[in-house]
Design a protein around this ligand. Structure first.
Ligand code: ATP
Ligand code: MG
Length: 363
């Protein structure tokens, strides 16, 4: 029996609509050819332009759709020119993260042979690791609510047992899947600052308890400062890294830097029941509406979505399509003939998306 999955589509602002529309087109073609699953898509209006028009950045109908859908594909949201009355940026993606308890921010970092990177890669080495950033608490817990007086400012670092247990379970399960599919050795590194902060010693204790439940996987610890060093010197040694919100925020930009920038950096925010898949980059208003934006980061995010749905619903054909989609993007980058400007080429959004479809044999 074919399984059907409903995808909530947040096309967002700036380059958002331009990059999500060819992505949905590719997903439709892939699903149309599959005997094992179908996909349906429903638009969820939200974001800065929507706020400017209606006074609402995340309407209830869109929130309800996000809640009921099997997965959420989200393009970029927010525009520097449109702000809430208090001056902060419009960011429905953060509201979704909180409302749906999407505690695991998943940021794969991959550099394949032929992919531009600022590192000098030794022959035969590739980078392929996943950084998991806790996304609901940590040092972002008091975000916007820090205490500031004339002479002092304070923010709170919150680590809870409940979220940490879920986070580490997710990390070990991911390492197991990567091991089973030959993508990694089955190693999870807890990145913290347990030598200085009691909160991180607590974090590490919970990590160790989860590690004890996975005797076939390797559990490792690293301090965040050393991790920054090793991400530059020997990133090919990492498999799954798991860390607190602020540390993860910083290290994921370092990871995107290793990949040669934001153009190829996908991400997912995953909880127990829901997940949002989106590129790491923003809405790039400087190039919006010109057909210049690189669609590869959101296409890679869509590949992660197929992967996640396939594993969650025991639909291996879907996971296999996720892998094919990722490999098609990697082939386009390695061939280097059809690249957008951010990757040093001269092609536009449609050409790049068409090249991926061609690599998949869809045209
Ligand atoms: P946000 O706060 O939403 O993350 P930001 O200020 O970090 O936004 P981005 O919107 O990510 O900024 O853009 C940063 C730079 O990268 C801009 O010059 C933008 O044009 C470029 N950029 C971002 N995404 C893409 C893309 N998909 N293709 C090409 N260039 C991009
Ligand atoms: Mg940014």
């Amino acid at each position: 029996m074919k399984q059907n999955f409903e995808i909530a589509v947040f096309e967002g602002d700036g380059i958002g609509p331009e990059i999500i529309s060819p992505t949905v087109a590719i997903l439709k073609k892939l699903a149309a050819l599959s005997p094992d699953y179908t996909l349906s898509f429903a638009d969820a209006p939200a974001g800065a332009a929507h706020y400017a028009r209606t006074g609402e950045s995340l309407p209830k109908a869109s929130m309800d759709l996000a809640r009921s859908a099997d997965a959420i594909l989200l393009s970029a949201m927010g525009l520097p020119s449109v702000r809430y009355a208090d001056g902060t940026e419009i960011s429905p993606q953060i509201d979704l993260r909180k409302a749906l308890t999407l505690f695991a921010g998943v940021r794969p970092v991959t550099v394949r042979a032929g992919q531009p990177t600022p590192l000098n890669m030794p022959d035969g080495k590739e980078i392929d690791f996943v950084l998991i950033r806790e996304s609901t608490e940590g040092l972002f817990y008091t975000q916007g609510r820090g205490e500031v007086t004339k002479d002092e400012a304070r923010e709170t670092l919150l680590i809870t047992r409940d979220i940490s247990e879920k986070l580490f379970r997710f990390a070990f399960n991911l390492a197991q899947t990567r091991k089973d599919t030959g993508r990694g050795p089955g190693k999870v590194t807890c990145v913290d600052k347990a030598n200085v902060f009691r909160a991180f010693a607590f974090f590490r204790e919970i990590f160790d308890a989860e590690a004890a439940r996975h005797p076939d996987l390797i559990a490792d610890h690293a301090y965040v400062d050393a991790t920054a060093l090793w991400m530059v010197l020997k990133p090919w040694d990492f498999d799954v890294l798991v860390t607190e919100n602020m540390f993860g925020d910083i290290l994921s930009d370092l990871g995107a830097g290793l990949m040669g920038g934001l153009g190829l950096a996908p991400s997912a925010d995953i909880g127990l029941d829901h997940a949002v898949f989106q590129p790491c980059h923003g809405s790039a208003p400087d190039i919006a509406g010109q057909g210049l934006a690189n669609p590869l980061a959101i296409i890679l995010s869509a590949a992660m979505m197929l992967d996640w749905l396939g594993i969650k619903h025991d639909n291996p054909a879907m996971t296999a399509d996720g892998k094919r989609l990722r490999e098609a993007v990697e082939a386009v980058v390695a061939t280097g003939k059809v690249l957008t400007r951010d990757l040093g080429g001269t092609s536009g959004t449609a050409d790049a998306a068409d090249a991926v479809a061609a690599a998949l044999g869809l045209v």
